[in-house]
Design a protein around this ligand. Structure first.
Ligand code: S3P
Length: 777
């Protein structure tokens, strides 16, 4: 074999991709070293053949050899150009190979490894593609002797209906997952090399403990296959199966599709993964008995509970495949780490110009959506919610209550029905509650769970895991709660159940609605009165909504108080559009000449309208129309027209009332004439990102003059360029810079935008509809 085009350079790669070789001009291009010199693939079926084909296509080995008991298979592999040579003698096949990939059936692994061992070179790395890991590792320990430290157990989660080397596909592993399960004995350098080759084939590599792999696969793959085989067999056994199947429709076909899989292969897998499979079968038997019981007892609540939980879990699974943020669930455990190496995360590319016009209904208020689920769950009776935000943060709260046994229907088009369980009706969740990116969920739940009878652990994503939690743990401990936080007071938060709480008075050290709410929610479970005094007004949705559920909250200036042990009564709730989401459009329409936008039904609770006050001080043209009351919260249609803005000193008392809107306000400041100065806003440093620094970095990328202070920023308005922005996974940073494009002189690229879905699902479409030149990549 020769390079294409042939050249005189000393060249290690004989089979590099054509694009690489075409660049190979003597003196102009240095050929990269292939990852491996010689790869031996043992067992040349679909999995092994595709591995060889992918290695070849991507230039990952200088030569590829196959080992197989079948001379025909070897001939076929060579004829197809998948491998260079082959041997029926496995020890012969692996001679000189620096990587050996074993893709024979798992039940044959012991024999195969013993047969190839005599030919292994001292430094060869061995890996495999078996779908059961515990038994394969045992076989490797028994067969490989001193080579076992370089055995890296692996499992590519990919396949096709067709089998054999004839079906080999160089792209089979692209965008598929490969799980590696190294043990303590595995050399990390060998694992890194195996990870590198799978990554180079386009796969996403995860790592986990072998037992965990076998358990997960038993539950998510082996059990469903067993059930499909079993259902078809069970029905087929009853008399004339052709008769029943005549009436079987789509449901039967969908459920049993996998019963057409290769019986021999599954026979092997069921036997090799016996222990984990039996365990998951027992788990399933318990589930099916509960289902049976609910049907036999006519227990409508229990039935709805099972099915709504299943619905939401499946939606979660589908979204996970679509890769949004909350659902990029992260697993952590003592013996298990799961590393998601995927970087599938949308980028916004926004081209300059445009103006915003028309009517834009932004999604429901995030703060109120969280609280509607919390209080609805703890109420007596059925609460119906309209306008619920179907964003990932609010869904994290919803899922947490489902995990604690609350039956919640929806959300469907913003409607949620919550079957309240009463203040004492929550049940211990089976696993830690995962709060995704949502600080509100974690902090408010810490308060609400401090007085429960059960232990619970709260975890979050990478951003949430860096945020301070002692601010809620401290006052709750004063009330008698037992709470521990992680490193430096960050998540995970662990709460010990069964602790009697007593009411306290708490003077909030910072203006935080989350801390205020956590203490008040803890107070529902405390003996006597709990009261909080805030240093400056913060959003009061908790107080208002508790009132809506018939709970007496006494308010006196900066102090709110309640007495524990009361009852919440179910009610109807209407969540207005979120002023924090409207803020991007208020700024966008203000800065883009010729804009006129109406934002209907936005919540204008006075503890939230700081953004309107600040923009008006800067000269914005904003009008509130049709002001009315919606279930205890004031709402209005907001009309905004473009206007020339000027820089201002932002009054400090407005800071807590606009706390989430500063990223958008900074963009307004960059478009204003003169300097805008913000002080007293150190809280911005502990939001989803350090919003002072991350915004400053973004402004710098666009060439906006500014000066950072510990507690704020000075921004000098003027013309600015396009550029590349790192949002650091902060939804509000991403959306703010999208609006900046309306005045930039070049395109703005914003990376890491998955988390926009936490507060504003559908932002890109809505913004584009209103006139922003936004493309999602
Ligand atoms: C929120 C309170 C604020 C705000 C957050 C939502 C709430 O946080 O930033 O987005 O719903 O109570 P702090 O209490 O930390 O200021």
């Amino acid at each position: 074999m020769r390079c294409e085009p042939a050249c005189d350079m000393p060249c290690q790669i004989r089979f590099a991709p054509r694009e690489v070789l075409l660049q190979c001009e003597p003196g102009a291009f240095v050929m990269p070293e292939p990852l491996f010199n010689r790869i031996a693939v043992i067992g040349l079926g679909l999995i092994g053949g595709s591995f060889a084909a992918a290695a070849r296509k991507n230039g990952l080995a200088a030569s590829i050899v196959a080992g197989s008991r079948s001379a025909r298979t070897l001939e076929q592999g060579i004829a197809l150009g998948v491998v260079d040579e082959g041997s029926q003698d496995l020890a012969e096949a692996v001679k000189g190979a620096d990587l050996v990939f074993v893709s024979t059936p798992v039940s044959a692994m012991g024999k195969v490894l013993s047969a190839l061992k005599p030919g292994l070179s001292r430094t060869a790395i061995i890996t495999d593609g078996g779908s059961v890991k515990g038994n394969v590792i045992t076989a490797a320990r028994e067969s490989l002797g001193e080579h076992v430290s370089r055995f890296v157990p692996g499992h590519p989660i990919a396949g096709k209906e067709k089998s054999g080397v004839g079906a080999a596909d160089a792209d089979l592993y692209r965008d598929h997952r490969v799980i590696l399960t190294p043990t303590e004995a595995t050399d990390p350098a060998a694992t890194a090399r195996v990870r590198a080759i799978w990554t180079a084939m386009g796969a996403e590599v995860l790592q986990m403990a072998p037992d965990y792999h076998d358990q997960v696969l038993a539950e998510t793959s082996h059990l469903p296959h067993l059930l499909a085989f079993s259902l078809v067999d069970t029905l087929a056994r009853q008399g004339d199966s052709t008769e029943i199947f005549r009436y079987a429709a789509g449901g039967f076909r969908d459920f049993t599709r996998i019963a057409s899989s290769d019986p021999l292969m599954w026979h092997d897998i069921f036997r090799e993964n016996k222990a984990a499979l039996l365990q998951s079968l027992d788990l399933f038997s318990d589930g099916i008995s509960r289902f049976r019981q609910a049907v036999s007892d006519d227990d409508s609540d229990a039935l709805m509970g099972i099915m709504t939980r299943a619905n939401s879990a499946r939606a979660h699974f589908m979204a996970m495949n679509g890769r949004t943020s909350y659902t990029r669930a992260h697993h952590s455990g003592d013996d298990t780490t799961m590393t998601d190496s995927s970087n599938a995360n949308p980028t916004f590319v926004v081209t300059p110009g445009g103006r915003l016009t028309g009517r834009v209904r932004v999604p429901g208020d995030k703060s109120m959506s969280h609280r509607s689920i919390m209080l609805g769950s703890l109420a007596e009776g059925v609460t119906r919610v309209e306008g619920f935000l179907e964003g990932e943060d609010a869904l994290a709260t919803l899922q947490a209550f489902r995990d604690m046994g609350v039956v919640i229907e929806g959300p469907h088009n913003g409607q949620v029905t919550i079957h309240g369980v009463g203040l004492l009706g929550l049940k211990a969740p089976g696993k830690p509650l995962y709060m995704g990116n949502s600080g509100t969920s974690m902090r408010l739940l810490t308060g609400l769970l401090a007085g429960q009878a059960f232990d619970v652990e709260l975890t979050g994503d990478a951003s949430l895991s860096k945020r301070p939690m002692e601010r809620v743990a401290r006052p709750l401990r004063d009330m008698g709660a037992q709470i521990t936080t992680g490193n430096e007071g960050r998540p995970p938060v662990r709460i010990r159940g069964g602790q009697p709480l007593k009411g306290i008075h708490y003077d909030l050290p910072m203006a935080s609605a989350q801390v205020k709410s956590a203490v008040l929610l803890g107070g529902l479970y405390a003996e006597g009165e709990t009261s909080v005094t805030e240093p400056a007004p913060t959003r009061d949705h908790t107080e208002r909504m508790l009132g809506g559920f018939g709970y007496d909250v006494r308010r006196d200036g900066a102090t709110s108080a309640l007495t524990g042990g009361g009852t919440l009564t179910a009610c109807k709730l209407e969540v207005p559009a979120d002023i924090s989401s409207a803020a991007f459009f208020l700024v966008g329409a203000s800065i883009a000449e010729g804009s006129e936008l109406t934002l209907p039904h936005v919540g204008i609770n006075p503890t939230r309208t700081g953004v309107i006050d600040i923009l008006k001080l800067m000269g914005a043209d904003i009008r509130l129309e049709n002001q009315r009351d919606a279930g205890g919260e004031p709402v209005a249609d907001i009309v905004v027209k473009s206007a020339p803005l000027k820089g201002i000193d932002i009054p400090e008392e407005l800071v807590p009332l606009a706390i989430d809107e500063f990223p958008a306000i900074f963009i307004a400041a960059a478009c204003a004439e003169g300097d805008t100065i913000l002080r007293g806003a150190e809280e911005l440093r502990v939001k989803e990102s350090d919003r002072i620094q991350v915004m400053a970095d973004g402004l710098a990328a666009l060439g906006v003059d500014h000066e950072v202070f510990e507690d704020g920023i000075r921004i000098s308005g003027g013309p600015f360029a396009g550029g590349e922005i790192q949002s650091h996974g902060d939804h509000r940073i991403a959306m703010s810079f999208a609006m900046a494009s309306l005045r930039a002189s070049g395109p703005i690229t914003i990376n890491d935008c998955a988390n926009v879905a936490t507060s504003f699902p559908g932002f890109a479409q809505l913004a584009a509809h209103a006139g922003l030149n936004l493309e999602v990549k």
